[in-house]
Design a protein. Structure first.
Length: 229
C-alpha cells in the first residue's frame, strides 16, 4: 500500500470529502478497521483561480509543482490534485513530478466511456468550460461536449468563486443551476459532468433529471485504486 499525498485547499469545501472518501474507501477495501497514511498539502483556491483565469499557466504549474515536491519530501508515493481546474497544467506536472499523479480527467472520461454516453454537458469554472484540457479527451473518446456560454458561463464561474468556495449554498443558485442542466437536457445531452469539485454542493440539493458524473467521487475511486496498487 502506497502513502498518498493530496493537493487540497482548492477548495476547502471539497478537501474534506476527498479526505473522508479516500480513508473510508481504503478501509472498505481492506475489510477491517484501518485508515491509510496520507498527507494533505493545502493550497489556496483563490491563487489557483487567479492564475488560471489570467492565463498564467507557467505560474500555476510552478505553484502546484512546489506542492507536489513537498508531498514527495513527506514520503508520499502517489499524489493527486483535488481540483479540476488545476488539471489545465496536469501534463506539465506529470512530466515534472517525482511520483505518479492520478488524473481526475482520465477517471471521468473512463467512466463516461464505460456508461456509453455520447453527449455530455461539462460544468465548472470558466477555464474548465472554456479550455480544451477536459473537453479534448472526452471528444477523442467520441463524445460531444456541450458547455454553457455567455452569461450562464460567467454566472457559474462567479457562483463557484464567491459562494461555493466559501461554503455558501443559496436556494436561488440551486434553482438556476437546475435550469442550466435542464437546458442541456433539452439539447440532448446524456449526462452532466460536475467539472468542479464544489458543484456537488448544488447538485446534491435537487434532482437534475440526468445521470451525473461526480468528478470528485470518480477521482476518489481512482485514488483508492492507486493507493492499493
Amino acid at each position: 500500500m502506497r502513502k498518498f499525498g493530496l493537493i487540497g485547499g482548492c477548495g476547502p469545501e471539497s478537501t474534506v470529502p476527498y479526505y473522508l472518501g479516500i480513508v473510508n474507501g481504503v478501509r472498505e477495501r481492506v475489510g477491517e478497521p484501518f485508515f491509510p497514511n496520507m498527507t494533505i498539502e493545502s493550497l489556496s483556491c483563490f491563487d489557483v483561480m487567479r492564475m488560471a483565469d489570467g492565463g498564467d499557466l507557467e505560474g500555476l504549474a510552478e505553484y502546484f509543482a512546489a506542492g507536489i515536491e513537498r508531498l514527495h519530501a513527506a514520503g508520499c508515493e502517489v499524489a493527486a490534485l483535488g481540483c479540476n481546474m488545476g488539471h489545465i497544467v496536469f501534463g506539465e506536472l506529470e512530466r515534472r513530478s517525482p511520483i505518479p499523479l492520478v488524473s481526475i480527467v482520465d477517471a471521468t472520461r473512463d467512466e463516461a466511456v464505460r456508461c456509453g454516453f455520447k453527449s455530455v454537458m461539462l460544468l465548472g469554472t470558466v477555464p474548465t468550460m472554456r479550455e480544451a484540457y477536459f473537453k479534448a479527451p472526452l471528444a477523442k473518446a467520441g463524445m460531444l461536449v456541450l458547455t454553457p456560454g455567455g452569461e450562464d458561463r460567467a454566472w457559474l464561474g462567479r457562483v463557484i468563486a464567491e459562494e461555493l468556495e466559501l461554503g455558501i449554498v443559496r436556494d436561488e443558485t440551486v434553482d438556476r443551476f437546475a435550469r442550466l442542466v435542464a437546458d442541456g437536457a433539452e439539447h440532448g445531452v446524456d449526462a452532466v459532468i460536475l467539472g468542479c469539485t464544489e458543484l456537488p454542493m448544488l447538485a446534491g440539493q435537487v434532482d437534475l433529471g440526468l445521470p451525473v458524473l461526480d468528478t470528485l467521487q470518480l477521482h476518489v475511486n481512482a485514488i483508492v485504486d492507486a493507493i492499493m496498487a
